[in-house]
Design a binder for this molecule. Sequence first.
Ligand code: FAD
Length: 470
Amino acid sequence: MCCLSKMEKDLCNTALAQGGIAGVYNSPEDKPEYHKHDTFVAGGFENDPESTDVLVNEAKIDIARLIELGCDFDKKPDGDYHRTLEGGHGMHRIFHHKDSTGAEIERTLLASVNALDNVTVLENAVICDVKKTGTGFSFLVLKDGAFTTYNCHCTIFATGGIGRVYEFTTNSPIATGDGITMAYNMGAEIRHLSYIQFHPTAFNDEHTRQCFLISEAVRGEGAYLRNCDKERFMHNYDKRLELAPRDVVSHSIIFEAKRTGSNKFYLDITHKDPDFIRNRFPMIYKNLMNAGIDMTKDLIPIFPCHHYLMGGINVDTYARTNIPGLYACGECSHTGVHGNNRLASNSLLEALVFSRRAAGDIANRLADCKDGFEEYPFSVDPDAPEMPKGLRTQIRAIMQKAYFVLPNIAELGPGLKKVTEIKDMLYNGNFRTDKDYVEAKSLATVAYIVLSEAWKIATENAEITKSKHP
Ligand SMILES: Cc1cc2nc3c(=O)[nH]c(=O)nc-3n(C[C@H](O)[C@H](O)[C@H](O)COP(=O)(O)OP(=O)(O)OC[C@H]3O[C@@H](n4cnc5c(N)ncnc54)[C@H](O)[C@@H]3O)c2cc1C
């Protein structure tokens, strides 16, 4: 078995996850039904009931497995696990390792993968193209300047999200939608790519594009949101106040920005004990101190920014796509568990639950596969010129204007036209195949799918309004 990572293996969204992993495990007062209810409320009741049942009922299997593999979740003095609360959860059910849970889960999983003799992990190996063959799939991989073709019977895309299609995102540089693009080009069904989550509280640092996230758990521990006049305002928008689901809080900030005419917003946890803050949020505390903000005394400047993709490559409850042998897991997949808005800390859980189920399904499937592979004859032109400069910047600017937090109806049409032109130029021109080109093609493709979907929804809504008020 071979695992490929296009940059260093710890450079990914998983490593950035702060808050934790949700799940009902050894918690007498909580129930999977309650977790399902909260997931549905956050997801606007657009969640898939079957896959959500799998998610909440099987959480205990994967949390127990992580603990067995050595994942160091925080504990209380009595030895039980400390479960924290985040926006949209009705119970304390988030397992966490301080405020760097993703890095701890990744450390745990990589250590166990490294101990397996039958798994090869290749870093800095960019998948440039994938084709369906008679026996499975052929991959064109670029590593250390050389192209190699890899063949397999089954493949799992776990290629992450699309954050880098925006100017302002919490996502890692690898999040360019490569897997979604390659699956789309092979004919896989892509669903709800315009279901994008904008996190309400990214650190508003005007100097960097990768926004540092101020975890939901900070509000879970009692932080207030304040507007440009340093006043709390969430009571004007939702009775759950600061603990309303993410989309509600992000929309409230945008509405409040329109009302006040200012984009200045703050998170305030200065009323809590400084030692508690430093111990509970060591990474956030350190990063803010580096930016000159002491969160035990100062207000933290925040603003919404792109964070997560609910849609993706459509899969069933075994992570199977509509293409036999092709599976998709994690953020690039659409299992339907998130509905139109993900409940905090459900994505690490989704990745674990459905990838375990995919692995079981693949084991059964491989038993029926014959030896030997057909290989797709990829051809790469070594003399092709570099693609034109500045295309990625153009795509990001279009997305930022046309669809940030809420769709901008006036910008959707022109934005879609422009990304379609860029996409067609990239696909039809003869350009050098390298990481930059692969990622630009992916960004153009996902921007095209997102804006097409948003445009369709906007025009359908306009039709409905017209028919109601002719
Ligand atoms: C700042 C931040 C905080 C978060 N906090 C939480 C949280 O508290 N709880 C929670 O549940 N979720 C959280 N999330 C979301 C969660 O971390 C992600 O949804 C999840 O980790 C995604 O995992 P993944 O395996 O799908 O993708 P990733 O972890 O991003 O991994 C994608 C992998 O695909 C590889 N890849 C991509 N394209 C190619 C290619 N062309 N060739 C080869 N390899 C390729 C990359 O190299 C990478 O290794 C957070 C996300 C962010 C950004």
